[in-house]
Design a protein around this ligand. Structure first.
Ligand code: NDP
Length: 249
């Protein structure tokens, strides 16, 4: 049986670990060629080698800081050069710089806005430039439930993730008639390096608040991204799908 994204050429930003790597794995297992993009080139290359060995798919790792327009443009062009097309682009790269409003520095605010909001905008801009010419393509943006509910200590992150929703909808409206779909995913609490930095008692308290009583796994987010990247969702655009174990309802 063919995979859900057989023969497609895909890019995942922040792909060296965590949710991004799980997305890359799902895409590779389903027949796509994958470019894992990460700010740390050596880790991107190591992750690509591992994924390629594990799945037999063509996977390459590229160094790219998503806050740099030149770097994002180069990643898109390199994908087309190496794989002949650009069909799927996942804006996943992320950082946190949590602090109360009293303590958060302007540079903490700007760093988070730059990676999540500017980085996603740059990805949408450069991926869609290629996709609209081809007349097809899929973009998936990583938002977060904290962009909907807000979290204390995350005024920068929550603002950026809410911004990703507006960006997704604008781009979806602009690009729909060109055959390009743009959707977003809002994970809740997912067990990765980003959340393992939380104090264990805070993590446990957050888990207890979730109707399903547990954190999610990176692969559970990746499954939703695979759905949005595949033709199973061919009539879905401008949508924001929660992957939160029922946390926000
Ligand atoms: P991780 O920290 O595990 O992975 C994020 C990856 O992005 C890292 O490899 C990181 O590289 C990379 N990265 C950071 N800055 C840049 C940059 N400027 N350019 C390119 N790559 C960069 O995070 P998660 O896997 O947990 O998160 C992935 C996404 O999911 C993020 O957008 C996050 O906000 C979102 N999310 C996560 C949730 C969770 O509970 N974990 C919940 C909701 C949303 P390096 O490590 O070298 O800095």
């Amino acid at each position: 049986m063919n995979g859900l994204v057989e023969g497609k050429s895909s890019v995942v930003t922040g792909g060296a670990q965590g949710i991004g790597l799980a997305i890359g794995r799902r895409l590779a297992q389903n027949g796509a060629r994958v470019v894992l993009v990460d700010v740390d080139q050596a880790r991107a290359e190591a992750a690509a080698k591992e994924l390629s060995g594990e799945t037999g798919a063509k996977v390459i790792g590229l160094g790219c800081d998503v806050t740099s327009e030149d770097a994002v443009h180069a990643a898109a062009i390199t994908t087309v050069d190496r794989f002949g097309a650009l069909d799927i682009w996942v804006n996943n790269a992320g950082i946190t710089r949590d602090a109360s409003l009293r303590k958060m520095s302007v540079s903490d605010f700007e760093a988070v806005m730059n990676v999540h909001l500017k980085g996603t905008w740059l990805g949408v801009r450069h991926a869609s430039a290629i996709m609209r010419e081809a007349g097809s393509g899929v973009i998936v943006n990583m938002s977060s439930l904290s962009g909907k509910s807000g979290n204390p200590g995350q005024s920068n992150y929550s603002a950026a993730k809410a911004g990703v929703v507006g960006l997704t909808k604008s781009a979806a409206k602009e690009l729909a008639h060109r055959g390009v779909r743009v959707n977003a995913v809002q994970p809740g609490l997912i067990r990765t390096a980003m959340t393992e930095a939380m104090p264990p008692d805070v993590f446990a308290a957050r888990e207890a608040d979730i109707p399903m009583k547990r954190a999610g796994t990176p692969d559970e987010v990746a499954g939703t991204v695979l759905f949005l990247a595949s033709d199973l969702s061919s009539y879905v655009t401008g949508a924001v799908i929660e992957v939160g174990g029922g946390r926000y309802m």
